[in-house]
Design a binder for this molecule. Structure first.
Ligand SMILES: [Zn+2]
Length: 151
């Protein structure tokens, strides 16, 4: 029999018992709304939920809300969004490792920016926007002269 190698919604954790009513909680999703500086987002929050309305989220579940909060912060602070980081990096012809070394943040930085795990700083955001408008600026970072050699 084929084994499901994908994401198991039940995970390997044993079902939790509700501390409010004693019923067995089940894995599921419920809408959650978070707010930040006048912006808000509603998304499906995974967790253990009980028929009584009680819910428990694990540290792993919190990754989902952390990423949503990061997206909200990025919008509020006018930072480059994860999808934009990826688009601009590709436009510049850089892989994630090179982008992190060249633009700053280290070899793993762009993986984190693009997954939404970590927000790019205002400085990285602005640098990406400048480079998107003027890709030739990359030459400056590579240590080359911007001036073209006269034939
Ligand atoms: Zn309950």
């Amino acid at each position: 029999m084929a084994k499901n190698t994908g994401l198991d919604p039940n995970g390997s954790e044993a079902p939790l018992t509700c501390h409010e009513c004693g019923a067995t909680m089940t894995r599921g999703i419920q809408p959650m709304t978070i707010r930040y500086k006048g912006l808000s987002v509603t998304f499906d929050m995974p967790g253990w939920y009980c028929v009584c309305g009680e819910g428990v989220v694990t540290a792993k579940d919190m990754d989902v809300s952390d990423r949503q909060l990061n997206l909200l912060k990025a919008q509020a602070e006018h930072l480059v969004l994860p999808s934009e980081v990826r688009r601009i990096r590709k436009k510049l012809g850089l892989n994630q490792q090179t982008a992190g070394s060249l633009l700053g943040g280290g070899p793993n930085a762009f993986h984190k920016y693009e997954s939404g795990e970590v927000l790019p700083s205002k400085a990285i955001s602005n640098l990406l926007r400048v480079l998107e408008a003027m890709p030739e600026g990359l030459k400056v970072l590579h240590g080359e002269s911007l001036e073209t050699t006269a034939p």
